[in-house]
Design a protein around this ligand. Structure first.
Ligand code: URA
Length: 238
């Protein structure tokens, strides 16, 4: 394992800070200072940070949070805004959100300290489905739905075909439906709606892979079971 990954798993600090510790000469392997981030650590090596032996934590944590509006999906924020980590009880392990949800989007967010698991969940090649419940200000036309299903151009990128389901008209005039996509471009659903001329009133992620959000209240979180972790990496009907 590379030294930067090894240190990141020791819960000392963020991945970025850990790299600074290495390049500034605070880390040694078998009492020899290493500054190259790609130095390999062997299972028998003794790694020290400022002279103290450190070992990776093998405790893996996986949480499901129902993110409320108004929280950003970063680990810390220089502008002092609320982050999703403010909603999770502190653990010695450094957990982080898997992927993003906009500040104004609510719903399913996974947090973990398992980098490999996180990569599997967000890597484009895995094509893990994500279902979003969208509320728009007016009833979409057949053409608008059809454009969304075929794929639309956002930021010079043609989105893959999506799936529209659970269409519900609200007596107040708004219209709710689910859209299933597997890509994770920045603000993708909002941009897709904008591309076909629809105005988003509310957006919520309600399913990842084959795991639904269920009845977890907004702002609450819980641990995921092993079975649920498998469901996350599995696509619903595929
Ligand atoms: N698409 C969006 O527009 N926002 C999100 O937070 C997630 C997907």
């Amino acid at each position: 394992m590379r030294i930067n990954k090894y240190l990141a798993q020791c819960n000392i600090s963020s991945r970025r800070k850990v790299e600074e510790f290495i390049t500034s000469g605070q880390v040694s392997i078998n009492d020899v200072i290493v500054t190259n981030l790609s130095t390999q650590v062997l299972p028998t090596d003794i790694v020290k940070f400022n002279g103290v032996v450190i070992k990776p934590s093998n405790v893996k944590l996986y949480f499901l949070l129902n993110k409320p509006i108004g929280y950003i999906t970063t680990v810390s924020d220089e502008q002092g805004r609320h982050t999703v980590l403010d909603l999770i009880e502190r653990t010695p392990e450094r957990i982080f959100p898997v992927g993003r949800l906009d500040c104004n989007t609510e719903g399913m967010l996974i947090l973990t300290n398992d980098g490999d698991f996180a990569n599997k969940l967000i890597h484009p090649s895995k094509e893990i489905d994500k279902v979003y419940e969208v509320v728009v200000t007016k009833q979409p036309s057949i053409e608008q739905f059809s454009a969304l299903e075929k794929g639309v151009v956002i930021d010079d990128f043609l989105t893959s075909p999506s799936k529209i389901s659970n269409k519900v008209k609200d007596p107040s005039g708004t219209y709710k439906f689910n859209i299933t996509i597997h890509e994770g471009k920045n603000r993708q659903v909002r941009k897709m709606m904008e591309a076909v001329g629809l105005k988003v009133k509310a957006l919520k992620r309600v399913k990842i892979g084959a795991l639904p959000l269920g009845n977890l209240p907004t702002g609450k979180y819980r641990k995921l079971t092993k079975q649920e972790l498998n469901l996350l990496l599995k696509n619903g009907g595929k």
